[in-house]
Design a protein. Structure first.
Length: 356
């Protein structure tokens, strides 16, 4: 299967490694900075026959790939996705899939009309720990769901933002919730029943006056099934990343997933006694070298299978929209100082320009 990657920055090594792990034919790389391409060619010892492009539209036209990874700055995801879909190219879009609900809906509509497969790259859903928790959820082992919490306690320095001027801007990135926290926000929504009735939130910029968006977000979520959610996300933790955790509390089950990117099951308690908690904790204990975890390779494998068998990917465009919608609802609630009802039809990150 012919594969291309658009964007060769910070997250691109995970995409290239996943493509190689799945025996994709990497035919071309694209980036507006040629040095970024050469860096990845050297790092992965890619064939000298790999074509290099600075214009993704030219690459799509000449290469006609079957699958493309989109790993540019967030604000460009949607347009690139739509251009890929026009050529019939299936896509894996880094999070967030878009910066507005209108863009996300346009991607979904175009994919539905053409049959192109679109995957939102929320790779932590493929963590072994998360898959084990999801299995327990689908088996009803938690009983009645009471509440769940997502904590993302990380650090991002001024140096991180200076590496790329688009970071922290409303048009191209958003803040801590949209960039760093959206993976765990996605997991919380997915696990707790997905359908949300209301969100109440506060966001602020306490420690990064050189960016436009927030570095702290706190939200209360009311799910339609009667359960509740809490989001605490920040990039203000001193002196480095502390943890990313997901808790789920039900009438007959309690879990905690932690570690760098919820790769470790730290608590496992179920009334049914179907498994041994210590064995589960020992088995589902991965230690990735960074917060990106190990999820890209199985995510790519799923998308390849979805293309070959003409089915929707495990994490499709609608899943990507759901995560985006929740972040935008948090932004909207904080900006308006009141609860926000879901579903949202119209909202964009740029609606909050000048917020701080």
């Amino acid at each position: 299967m012919k594969y291309v990657l658009i964007g060769c920055g910070r997250i691109s090594p995970n995409h290239i490694a996943a493509a190689m792990d799945n025996n994709l034919q990497i035919v071309a790389l694209c980036d507006v900075v040629p040095e970024n391409i050469e860096d990845k060619v050297r790092k992965f010892n890619l064939s000298s026959e790999i074509r290099r492009y600075t214009d993704y539209k030219e690459m799509l036209e000449k290469e006609r790939p079957e699958l493309a990874g989109i790993a540019t700055e967030s604000g460009k995801h949607a347009q690139i996705a739509l251009d890929c879909i026009k050529t019939g190219c299936n896509i894996i879009i880094e999070k967030p899939m878009a910066m507005s609900l209108e863009e996300a809906d346009a991607i979904i509509k175009a994919a539905d009309e053409t049959g192109v497969k679109v995957c939102a790259c929320h790779q932590n859903r493929f963590n072994k720990s998360i898959q084990k928790i999801r299995e327990a959820m689908e088996e009803g082992r938690f009983g009645r769901l009471f509440h769940g919490t997502a904590h993302i306690r990380w650090n991002r320095s001024e140096g991180y933002y200076k590496q790329a001027p688009w970071r922290g801007t409303w048009e191209q990135d958003g803040g801590a919730l949209m960039n760093q926290c959206i993976h765990n926000i996605d997991l919380l929504r997915w696990m707790m029943g997905d359908d949300i009735s209301e969100v109440m939130a506060y966001t602020d910029r306490l420690n990064h006056d050189y960016i436009q968006a927030e570095d702290l977000g706190m939200a209360l979520i009311k799910f339609k099934n009667g359960s509740y959610g809490i989001v605490e996300g920040t990039t203000n933790i001193y002196p480095q990343n502390l943890e990313e955790t997901l808790y789920i509390f039900g009438g007959s089950g309690t879990i905690k997933a932690g570690g760098k990117s919820v790769n470790i099951i730290e608590e496992w308690h179920f009334a049914d006694g179907k498994d041994d908690a210590e064995e589960v904790k020992a088995k589902y204990n991965e230690n990735p070298s960074n917060v990106y975890g190990f999820g890209h390779t199985p995510l790519y494998a799923d998308v390849i299978d979805a293309i070959n068998n003409n089915r929707q990917p495990y994490i499709d465009a609608r899943a990507g929209r759901s995560a985006l919608e929740l972040v935008l609802a948090i932004y909207k609630s904080s900006a308006e100082g009141k609860p926000v009802e879901l579903p949202l039809e119209h909202c964009a990150s740029t609606d909050f320009t000048g917020r701080f």
